[in-house]
Design a protein around this ligand. Structure first.
Ligand code: NAP
Length: 461
Protein backbone atom coordinates (compact mmCIF):
# COMPACT_ATOMS: atom_id res chain seq x y z
CA UNK A 1 0.00 0.00 0.00
CA UNK A 2 1.50 3.38 -0.88
CA UNK A 3 1.61 6.37 1.43
CA UNK A 4 -1.16 8.30 -0.33
CA UNK A 5 -3.71 5.51 -0.15
CA UNK A 6 -2.90 5.08 3.54
CA UNK A 7 -3.49 8.82 4.01
CA UNK A 8 -6.85 8.61 2.24
CA UNK A 9 -7.92 5.61 4.29
CA UNK A 10 -6.95 7.34 7.48
CA UNK A 11 -8.95 10.44 6.55
CA UNK A 12 -11.99 8.61 5.17
CA UNK A 13 -15.25 9.45 6.97
CA UNK A 14 -16.16 6.84 9.51
CA UNK A 15 -19.62 5.44 9.98
CA UNK A 16 -18.73 2.78 12.56
CA UNK A 17 -17.37 3.22 16.07
CA UNK A 18 -13.89 2.68 14.66
CA UNK A 19 -11.84 5.81 14.19
CA UNK A 20 -8.70 6.36 12.13
CA UNK A 21 -5.31 4.79 12.73
CA UNK A 22 -2.87 6.84 14.79
CA UNK A 23 0.84 6.12 14.99
CA UNK A 24 2.77 6.62 18.23
CA UNK A 25 6.55 6.68 18.20
CA UNK A 26 7.92 5.33 21.48
CA UNK A 27 6.54 2.60 23.72
CA UNK A 28 7.50 4.36 26.97
CA UNK A 29 5.15 5.42 29.80
CA UNK A 30 3.38 8.18 27.91
CA UNK A 31 3.22 6.36 24.58
CA UNK A 32 1.59 3.32 26.23
CA UNK A 33 -0.84 5.38 28.33
CA UNK A 34 -1.94 7.44 25.33
CA UNK A 35 -2.22 4.36 23.12
CA UNK A 36 -4.32 2.57 25.74
CA UNK A 37 -6.70 5.54 25.99
CA UNK A 38 -6.91 5.88 22.19
CA UNK A 39 -7.77 2.20 21.70
CA UNK A 40 -10.50 2.57 24.36
CA UNK A 41 -11.89 5.48 22.38
CA UNK A 42 -12.03 3.54 19.11
CA UNK A 43 -8.74 4.45 17.41
CA UNK A 44 -6.41 1.87 15.90
CA UNK A 45 -2.93 2.36 17.30
CA UNK A 46 0.31 1.38 15.67
CA UNK A 47 3.56 1.92 17.55
CA UNK A 48 6.86 2.84 15.94
CA UNK A 49 9.62 1.44 18.12
CA UNK A 50 13.29 0.51 18.09
CA UNK A 51 12.23 -3.02 19.03
CA UNK A 52 9.25 -4.65 17.32
CA UNK A 53 8.92 -7.31 19.99
CA UNK A 54 5.53 -7.11 21.71
CA UNK A 55 5.81 -6.95 25.49
CA UNK A 56 2.81 -7.45 27.76
CA UNK A 57 3.01 -3.78 28.74
CA UNK A 58 1.91 -2.75 25.24
CA UNK A 59 -1.85 -2.22 25.03
CA UNK A 60 -3.75 -5.18 23.61
CA UNK A 61 -4.85 -4.67 19.98
CA UNK A 62 -1.93 -2.34 19.22
CA UNK A 63 0.70 -3.23 16.65
CA UNK A 64 4.40 -2.59 17.08
CA UNK A 65 6.43 -1.93 13.92
CA UNK A 66 9.62 -0.18 12.96
CA UNK A 67 9.39 3.63 12.89
CA UNK A 68 9.31 3.77 9.08
CA UNK A 69 6.64 1.08 8.71
CA UNK A 70 4.46 2.51 11.47
CA UNK A 71 4.65 6.05 10.04
CA UNK A 72 3.36 4.80 6.69
CA UNK A 73 0.21 3.43 8.32
CA UNK A 74 -1.15 6.77 9.64
CA UNK A 75 -1.49 10.46 8.92
CA UNK A 76 -1.03 11.48 12.53
CA UNK A 77 2.24 10.51 14.20
CA UNK A 78 2.62 11.27 17.90
CA UNK A 79 6.24 11.51 19.05
CA UNK A 80 6.29 10.11 22.62
CA UNK A 81 10.07 10.36 22.89
CA UNK A 82 12.33 12.83 24.71
CA UNK A 83 13.68 15.74 22.66
CA UNK A 84 17.31 14.68 23.04
CA UNK A 85 16.57 11.60 20.85
CA UNK A 86 14.83 13.54 18.04
CA UNK A 87 17.89 13.13 15.76
CA UNK A 88 16.71 9.63 14.86
CA UNK A 89 13.81 11.30 12.98
CA UNK A 90 16.04 12.98 10.36
CA UNK A 91 16.31 9.87 8.12
CA UNK A 92 12.49 9.58 8.31
CA UNK A 93 11.95 13.13 6.99
CA UNK A 94 10.72 11.91 3.62
CA UNK A 95 8.19 9.45 5.06
CA UNK A 96 6.95 12.10 7.46
CA UNK A 97 6.57 14.71 4.71
CA UNK A 98 2.99 16.09 4.78
CA UNK A 99 2.09 14.11 7.91
CA UNK A 100 0.73 15.61 11.10
CA UNK A 101 3.56 15.18 13.61
CA UNK A 102 2.54 15.81 17.21
CA UNK A 103 5.17 16.95 19.71
CA UNK A 104 4.16 16.08 23.28
CA UNK A 105 7.51 16.58 24.96
CA UNK A 106 8.35 18.48 28.11
CA UNK A 107 11.65 19.74 29.43
CA UNK A 108 13.29 19.50 32.82
CA UNK A 109 13.86 23.24 33.24
CA UNK A 110 12.09 26.43 32.17
CA UNK A 111 13.42 27.73 28.80
CA UNK A 112 15.92 24.84 28.70
CA UNK A 113 16.63 25.26 24.98
CA UNK A 114 16.76 28.42 22.83
CA UNK A 115 13.78 27.21 20.77
CA UNK A 116 10.79 25.13 21.83
CA UNK A 117 10.91 21.36 21.27
CA UNK A 118 8.08 21.65 18.75
CA UNK A 119 9.96 24.31 16.73
CA UNK A 120 13.07 22.15 16.87
CA UNK A 121 11.03 19.22 15.54
CA UNK A 122 9.68 21.44 12.76
CA UNK A 123 13.29 22.34 11.82
CA UNK A 124 14.28 18.65 11.71
CA UNK A 125 11.21 17.75 9.60
CA UNK A 126 10.61 20.75 7.31
CA UNK A 127 7.87 18.99 5.33
CA UNK A 128 5.87 17.83 8.36
CA UNK A 129 2.86 19.66 9.82
CA UNK A 130 4.02 19.96 13.43
CA UNK A 131 1.46 20.42 16.20
CA UNK A 132 2.20 20.80 19.92
CA UNK A 133 -0.26 19.03 22.23
CA UNK A 134 -0.74 16.65 25.18
CA UNK A 135 2.31 17.82 27.17
CA UNK A 136 0.03 19.25 29.89
CA UNK A 137 -1.56 15.88 30.77
CA UNK A 138 0.35 13.17 32.58
CA UNK A 139 0.70 9.51 31.66
CA UNK A 140 -0.74 8.66 35.07
CA UNK A 141 -3.87 10.75 34.51
CA UNK A 142 -4.43 9.15 31.09
CA UNK A 143 -3.87 5.62 32.30
CA UNK A 144 -5.79 5.77 35.56
CA UNK A 145 -8.76 7.19 33.70
CA UNK A 146 -9.37 9.29 36.80
CA UNK A 147 -8.11 12.41 35.07
CA UNK A 148 -7.89 14.00 38.45
CA UNK A 149 -5.50 16.65 37.19
CA UNK A 150 -6.37 19.23 34.55
CA UNK A 151 -8.35 17.99 31.53
CA UNK A 152 -7.17 20.89 29.45
CA UNK A 153 -4.88 20.13 26.53
CA UNK A 154 -3.16 23.20 25.14
CA UNK A 155 -2.71 22.86 21.38
CA UNK A 156 -0.74 25.03 18.95
CA UNK A 157 0.53 24.74 15.40
CA UNK A 158 0.96 26.66 12.14
CA UNK A 159 -1.22 24.34 10.02
CA UNK A 160 -4.90 24.95 10.85
CA UNK A 161 -6.13 21.65 9.38
CA UNK A 162 -3.47 19.63 11.23
CA UNK A 163 -4.25 21.43 14.47
CA UNK A 164 -7.97 20.71 14.03
CA UNK A 165 -7.26 17.00 13.48
CA UNK A 166 -5.29 16.84 16.72
CA UNK A 167 -7.98 18.80 18.57
CA UNK A 168 -10.57 16.28 17.33
CA UNK A 169 -8.51 13.47 18.88
CA UNK A 170 -8.16 15.39 22.14
CA UNK A 171 -11.90 15.89 22.18
CA UNK A 172 -12.60 12.22 21.39
CA UNK A 173 -10.45 11.20 24.39
CA UNK A 174 -12.74 13.20 26.69
CA UNK A 175 -10.24 16.01 27.17
CA UNK A 176 -10.68 19.72 26.49
CA UNK A 177 -8.56 21.15 23.65
CA UNK A 178 -7.56 24.81 23.99
CA UNK A 179 -6.24 26.41 20.81
CA UNK A 180 -3.21 28.53 21.73
CA UNK A 181 -2.43 29.76 18.21
CA UNK A 182 0.68 29.21 16.14
CA UNK A 183 3.81 27.17 16.95
CA UNK A 184 5.28 30.33 18.49
CA UNK A 185 3.17 29.53 21.56
CA UNK A 186 4.95 26.17 22.01
CA UNK A 187 7.65 27.52 24.35
CA UNK A 188 5.02 28.89 26.70
CA UNK A 189 3.05 25.63 26.55
CA UNK A 190 6.24 23.67 27.34
CA UNK A 191 7.00 25.92 30.30
CA UNK A 192 3.46 25.54 31.65
CA UNK A 193 3.83 22.09 33.34
CA UNK A 194 7.11 23.23 34.94
CA UNK A 195 5.52 26.08 36.83
CA UNK A 196 4.72 25.55 40.47
CA UNK A 197 1.97 27.96 41.56
CA UNK A 198 3.78 30.98 40.05
CA UNK A 199 1.28 33.56 41.32
CA UNK A 200 1.28 32.12 44.82
CA UNK A 201 4.98 32.51 45.66
CA UNK A 202 4.91 36.11 46.88
CA UNK A 203 1.60 35.82 48.82
CA UNK A 204 2.68 32.55 50.46
CA UNK A 205 6.15 33.81 51.48
CA UNK A 206 4.70 37.09 52.71
CA UNK A 207 2.05 35.25 54.75
CA UNK A 208 4.61 32.85 56.22
CA UNK A 209 6.93 35.75 57.14
CA UNK A 210 4.17 37.82 58.76
CA UNK A 211 2.69 34.79 60.55
CA UNK A 212 6.08 33.92 62.05
CA UNK A 213 6.61 37.57 63.11
CA UNK A 214 3.20 37.89 64.80
CA UNK A 215 3.47 34.45 66.41
CA UNK A 216 6.76 35.32 68.12
CA UNK A 217 5.44 38.81 68.97
CA UNK A 218 2.48 37.22 70.82
CA UNK A 219 4.73 34.58 72.36
CA UNK A 220 6.92 37.32 73.81
CA UNK A 221 4.04 39.45 75.14
CA UNK A 222 1.52 36.80 76.23
CA UNK A 223 3.72 33.94 77.41
CA UNK A 224 7.26 35.15 78.17
CA UNK A 225 6.22 38.53 79.68
CA UNK A 226 3.57 36.97 81.95
CA UNK A 227 6.05 34.29 83.03
CA UNK A 228 8.82 36.78 83.81
CA UNK A 229 6.77 39.57 85.47
CA UNK A 230 3.63 37.80 86.73
CA UNK A 231 5.06 34.31 87.30
CA UNK A 232 2.19 32.73 85.34
CA UNK A 233 2.83 29.80 83.06
CA UNK A 234 0.64 30.40 80.02
CA UNK A 235 2.75 28.28 77.65
CA UNK A 236 -0.42 26.39 76.56
CA UNK A 237 -1.46 29.64 74.80
CA UNK A 238 0.76 28.39 71.96
CA UNK A 239 -1.91 25.85 70.91
CA UNK A 240 -5.06 27.97 70.52
CA UNK A 241 -4.87 31.43 72.08
CA UNK A 242 -1.91 32.69 70.05
CA UNK A 243 -3.04 31.13 66.73
CA UNK A 244 -6.47 32.68 67.36
CA UNK A 245 -4.79 36.08 67.75
CA UNK A 246 -2.50 35.69 64.77
CA UNK A 247 -5.18 34.41 62.35
CA UNK A 248 -7.55 37.40 62.52
CA UNK A 249 -4.60 39.79 62.43
CA UNK A 250 -3.24 38.06 59.31
CA UNK A 251 -6.69 37.97 57.68
CA UNK A 252 -7.17 41.71 58.22
CA UNK A 253 -3.68 42.74 57.11
CA UNK A 254 -3.79 40.56 53.98
CA UNK A 255 -7.26 41.84 53.12
CA UNK A 256 -5.89 45.38 53.48
CA UNK A 257 -2.98 44.42 51.22
CA UNK A 258 -5.48 43.29 48.56
CA UNK A 259 -6.91 46.82 48.33
CA UNK A 260 -3.75 48.83 49.06
CA UNK A 261 -2.24 48.55 45.53
CA UNK A 262 -5.52 49.84 44.04
CA UNK A 263 -5.39 53.05 46.09
CA UNK A 264 -1.63 53.43 45.43
CA UNK A 265 -2.30 53.09 41.70
CA UNK A 266 -4.99 55.79 41.95
CA UNK A 267 -2.58 58.15 43.77
CA UNK A 268 0.11 57.53 41.13
CA UNK A 269 -2.35 58.21 38.29
CA UNK A 270 -3.57 61.41 39.96
CA UNK A 271 0.02 62.56 40.52
CA UNK A 272 1.09 61.83 36.94
CA UNK A 273 -2.17 63.11 35.45
CA UNK A 274 -2.26 60.22 32.98
CA UNK A 275 -2.91 56.49 32.85
CA UNK A 276 -0.52 56.02 29.93
CA UNK A 277 2.64 55.58 32.03
CA UNK A 278 3.42 52.11 33.30
CA UNK A 279 3.21 51.47 37.02
CA UNK A 280 6.44 50.42 38.75
CA UNK A 281 7.11 46.68 38.33
CA UNK A 282 6.58 45.92 42.02
CA UNK A 283 3.10 47.47 41.87
CA UNK A 284 2.20 45.54 38.70
CA UNK A 285 3.28 42.27 40.33
CA UNK A 286 1.46 43.13 43.55
CA UNK A 287 -1.77 43.84 41.63
CA UNK A 288 -1.49 40.52 39.78
CA UNK A 289 -1.44 38.49 43.00
CA UNK A 290 -4.33 40.23 44.78
CA UNK A 291 -6.62 37.24 44.29
CA UNK A 292 -4.10 34.92 45.94
CA UNK A 293 -3.59 37.36 48.84
CA UNK A 294 -7.37 37.51 49.27
CA UNK A 295 -7.76 33.73 49.30
CA UNK A 296 -5.00 33.33 51.90
CA UNK A 297 -6.70 36.04 53.96
CA UNK A 298 -9.96 34.07 53.71
CA UNK A 299 -8.18 30.93 54.89
CA UNK A 300 -6.90 32.81 57.99
CA UNK A 301 -10.39 34.22 58.63
CA UNK A 302 -11.89 30.71 58.41
CA UNK A 303 -9.30 29.38 60.89
CA UNK A 304 -10.14 32.27 63.23
CA UNK A 305 -13.85 31.32 63.03
CA UNK A 306 -13.08 27.67 63.89
CA UNK A 307 -10.69 28.58 66.75
CA UNK A 308 -13.33 30.91 68.18
CA UNK A 309 -16.04 28.25 68.00
CA UNK A 310 -13.99 25.82 70.10
CA UNK A 311 -13.37 28.42 72.83
CA UNK A 312 -16.22 27.31 75.17
CA UNK A 313 -14.86 23.75 75.40
CA UNK A 314 -11.34 24.85 76.35
CA UNK A 315 -10.27 23.89 79.83
CA UNK A 316 -8.76 27.36 80.50
CA UNK A 317 -11.99 29.15 79.48
CA UNK A 318 -14.15 26.79 81.59
CA UNK A 319 -11.79 27.31 84.57
CA UNK A 320 -11.97 31.10 84.18
CA UNK A 321 -15.77 31.06 83.97
CA UNK A 322 -16.23 28.81 87.00
CA UNK A 323 -13.67 30.89 88.93
CA UNK A 324 -15.78 34.00 88.30
CA UNK A 325 -18.97 32.26 89.42
CA UNK A 326 -17.34 30.82 92.56
CA UNK A 327 -15.83 34.17 93.55
CA UNK A 328 -19.28 35.79 93.19
CA UNK A 329 -20.79 33.01 95.34
CA UNK A 330 -18.08 33.33 98.00
CA UNK A 331 -18.53 37.07 98.17
CA UNK A 332 -22.32 36.57 98.15
CA UNK A 333 -22.55 39.21 95.45
CA UNK A 334 -23.96 39.02 91.91
CA UNK A 335 -22.31 41.33 89.45
CA UNK A 336 -24.93 43.41 87.62
CA UNK A 337 -25.17 43.07 83.86
CA UNK A 338 -22.93 45.64 82.19
CA UNK A 339 -25.07 46.64 79.20
CA UNK A 340 -22.25 48.64 77.61
CA UNK A 341 -20.06 45.54 77.62
CA UNK A 342 -22.95 43.42 76.37
CA UNK A 343 -23.47 45.87 73.52
CA UNK A 344 -19.77 45.89 72.66
CA UNK A 345 -19.51 42.11 72.74
CA UNK A 346 -22.65 41.54 70.64
CA UNK A 347 -21.65 44.25 68.15
CA UNK A 348 -18.18 42.85 67.69
CA UNK A 349 -19.59 39.36 67.17
CA UNK A 350 -22.21 40.62 64.69
CA UNK A 351 -19.57 42.61 62.76
CA UNK A 352 -17.32 39.55 62.67
CA UNK A 353 -20.11 37.27 61.41
CA UNK A 354 -21.16 39.75 58.71
CA UNK A 355 -17.55 40.43 57.74
CA UNK A 356 -16.90 36.70 57.41
CA UNK A 357 -20.07 36.21 55.34
CA UNK A 358 -19.03 38.90 52.83
CA UNK A 359 -15.46 37.60 52.88
CA UNK A 360 -16.70 34.13 51.82
CA UNK A 361 -18.93 35.71 49.15
CA UNK A 362 -16.01 37.66 47.65
CA UNK A 363 -13.78 34.56 47.85
CA UNK A 364 -16.33 32.36 46.07
CA UNK A 365 -16.74 34.89 43.27
CA UNK A 366 -13.02 34.81 42.59
CA UNK A 367 -13.22 31.09 41.68
CA UNK A 368 -13.05 30.70 37.87
CA UNK A 369 -16.22 28.57 37.65
CA UNK A 370 -18.19 31.30 39.44
CA UNK A 371 -16.52 34.33 37.86
CA UNK A 372 -17.22 32.82 34.41
CA UNK A 373 -20.93 33.02 35.11
CA UNK A 374 -21.05 36.75 35.97
CA UNK A 375 -20.37 39.67 33.67
CA UNK A 376 -17.50 42.12 34.13
CA UNK A 377 -19.66 44.71 35.92
CA UNK A 378 -21.06 42.15 38.37
CA UNK A 379 -17.57 40.78 39.00
CA UNK A 380 -16.24 44.31 39.69
CA UNK A 381 -19.19 45.01 41.97
CA UNK A 382 -18.51 41.96 44.12
CA UNK A 383 -14.70 42.24 44.13
CA UNK A 384 -14.52 45.99 44.64
CA UNK A 385 -17.70 47.23 46.37
CA UNK A 386 -18.44 44.13 48.46
CA UNK A 387 -14.70 43.73 49.04
CA UNK A 388 -14.58 47.20 50.63
CA UNK A 389 -17.71 46.39 52.66
CA UNK A 390 -15.84 43.30 53.95
CA UNK A 391 -12.79 45.40 54.79
CA UNK A 392 -14.94 47.96 56.66
CA UNK A 393 -16.80 45.26 58.62
CA UNK A 394 -13.61 43.36 59.54
CA UNK A 395 -11.81 46.57 60.56
CA UNK A 396 -14.81 47.61 62.67
CA UNK A 397 -14.89 44.11 64.22
CA UNK A 398 -11.25 44.53 65.32
CA UNK A 399 -11.77 48.12 66.49
CA UNK A 400 -14.78 47.23 68.63
CA UNK A 401 -12.98 44.20 70.06
CA UNK A 402 -9.67 45.85 70.85
CA UNK A 403 -10.75 49.51 71.12
CA UNK A 404 -11.08 49.53 74.90
CA UNK A 405 -7.47 48.35 75.29
CA UNK A 406 -5.84 50.89 73.07
CA UNK A 407 -5.68 53.54 75.78
CA UNK A 408 -5.01 51.17 78.66
CA UNK A 409 -1.34 51.21 79.83
CA UNK A 410 -1.52 47.45 80.61
CA UNK A 411 -1.88 46.79 76.85
CA UNK A 412 1.66 48.11 76.29
CA UNK A 413 3.80 45.29 77.66
CA UNK A 414 7.46 46.14 77.18
CA UNK A 415 6.16 49.40 75.66
CA UNK A 416 4.98 47.41 72.64
CA UNK A 417 1.45 47.81 71.24
CA UNK A 418 -0.96 44.89 71.16
CA UNK A 419 -1.04 43.06 67.80
CA UNK A 420 -4.65 44.20 67.24
CA UNK A 421 -3.34 47.75 67.01
CA UNK A 422 -0.65 46.71 64.52
CA UNK A 423 -3.25 44.86 62.44
CA UNK A 424 -5.26 48.06 61.98
CA UNK A 425 -2.47 50.08 60.34
CA UNK A 426 -2.87 48.73 56.78
CA UNK A 427 -6.70 48.48 56.61
CA UNK A 428 -7.22 51.90 58.25
CA UNK A 429 -4.73 53.49 55.84
CA UNK A 430 -6.54 51.92 52.87
CA UNK A 431 -9.97 52.99 54.12
CA UNK A 432 -8.89 56.57 54.88
CA UNK A 433 -7.23 57.00 51.46
CA UNK A 434 -10.20 55.38 49.73
CA UNK A 435 -12.51 57.74 51.61
CA UNK A 436 -10.51 60.71 50.29
CA UNK A 437 -10.51 59.26 46.77
CA UNK A 438 -14.29 59.10 46.60
CA UNK A 439 -14.65 62.85 47.26
CA UNK A 440 -16.06 64.37 44.03
CA UNK A 441 -13.12 66.80 43.69
CA UNK A 442 -10.71 63.82 43.61
CA UNK A 443 -12.96 61.19 42.06
CA UNK A 444 -13.85 63.34 39.01
CA UNK A 445 -10.29 63.90 37.71
CA UNK A 446 -9.40 60.28 38.54
CA UNK A 447 -12.36 58.99 36.51
CA UNK A 448 -11.37 61.29 33.62
CA UNK A 449 -7.78 60.02 33.75
CA UNK A 450 -9.04 56.44 33.69
CA UNK A 451 -11.11 57.29 30.64
CA UNK A 452 -8.00 58.50 28.80
CA UNK A 453 -7.82 62.22 29.71
CA UNK A 454 -4.26 63.59 30.22
CA UNK A 455 -3.21 66.66 32.19
CA UNK A 456 -0.25 67.32 29.90
CA UNK A 457 -1.04 65.54 26.64
CA UNK A 458 1.92 64.94 24.30
CA UNK A 459 1.33 66.93 21.13
CA UNK A 460 1.36 64.73 18.00
CA UNK A 461 3.94 65.91 15.49
P1 NAP B 1 9.97 7.08 28.58
O1 NAP B 1 9.10 6.20 29.42
O2 NAP B 1 11.40 7.18 28.91
O3 NAP B 1 9.82 6.58 27.07
C1 NAP B 1 10.50 7.18 26.03
C2 NAP B 1 10.54 6.24 24.84
O4 NAP B 1 11.38 6.85 23.86
C3 NAP B 1 11.22 4.92 25.13
O5 NAP B 1 10.29 4.00 25.68
C4 NAP B 1 11.71 4.49 23.77
O6 NAP B 1 10.68 3.81 23.06
C5 NAP B 1 11.97 5.82 23.08
N1 NAP B 1 13.40 6.09 23.00
C6 NAP B 1 14.28 6.15 24.00
N2 NAP B 1 15.53 6.42 23.54
C7 NAP B 1 15.43 6.52 22.20
C8 NAP B 1 16.35 6.80 21.16
N3 NAP B 1 17.65 6.99 21.40
N4 NAP B 1 15.87 6.82 19.91
C9 NAP B 1 14.57 6.62 19.64
N5 NAP B 1 13.65 6.36 20.59
C10 NAP B 1 14.07 6.31 21.85
O7 NAP B 1 9.39 8.55 28.54
P2 NAP B 1 7.87 9.02 28.68
O8 NAP B 1 7.56 9.30 30.09
O9 NAP B 1 6.97 8.09 27.93
O10 NAP B 1 7.92 10.43 27.92
C11 NAP B 1 7.96 10.50 26.52
C12 NAP B 1 7.72 11.94 26.11
O11 NAP B 1 6.44 12.35 26.57
C13 NAP B 1 8.73 12.90 26.71
O12 NAP B 1 9.10 13.86 25.76
C14 NAP B 1 7.98 13.54 27.85
O13 NAP B 1 8.43 14.85 28.09
C15 NAP B 1 6.57 13.55 27.31
N6 NAP B 1 5.54 13.59 28.36
C16 NAP B 1 5.54 12.63 29.31
C17 NAP B 1 4.55 12.68 30.31
C18 NAP B 1 4.49 11.63 31.37
O14 NAP B 1 3.62 11.73 32.27
N7 NAP B 1 5.32 10.60 31.34
C19 NAP B 1 3.60 13.70 30.31
C20 NAP B 1 3.63 14.65 29.29
C21 NAP B 1 4.61 14.58 28.32
P3 NAP B 1 11.02 2.48 22.21
O15 NAP B 1 11.78 1.59 23.13
O16 NAP B 1 9.67 1.96 21.84
O17 NAP B 1 11.82 2.89 21.01
Amino acid sequence: MNTNSANLMALAPNTSNKRETVCIFGTGDFGRALGHKMIQCGYSVVYGSRSTQISNLIPKDAEVLSHAEAAQRAVIIIIAIQRQHYNFLTPLAEILHGKVVVDISNNLKLNQYPESNAEYLAQLLPGARVVKAFNTVSAWALQSGALDASRQVLVCGDDMEAKQMVMNIVHALGLTPLDQGSLLAAQEIENYPLQLFPMWKFPVFLSLGLTAFFFFYCLALDVIYTYVYENNNFSFFIAITIPNRVCPVMALILLGLVYLPGVLAAIIQLYRGTKYHRFPDWLDKWMLCRKQLGLIALAFASLHAVFTLVSPIRSFVRWRTSKGIISQALNNKTEPLDTTNAWLSDSYLALGILGFFFFVLVGITSLPSVSNSVNWREFRFVQSKLGYVTLILCTAHTLVYGGKWFLSPSAYRWYLPNIYMLSLVVPCTVLVVKFVLIFPCVDKPLTQIRQGWERNPKSSE
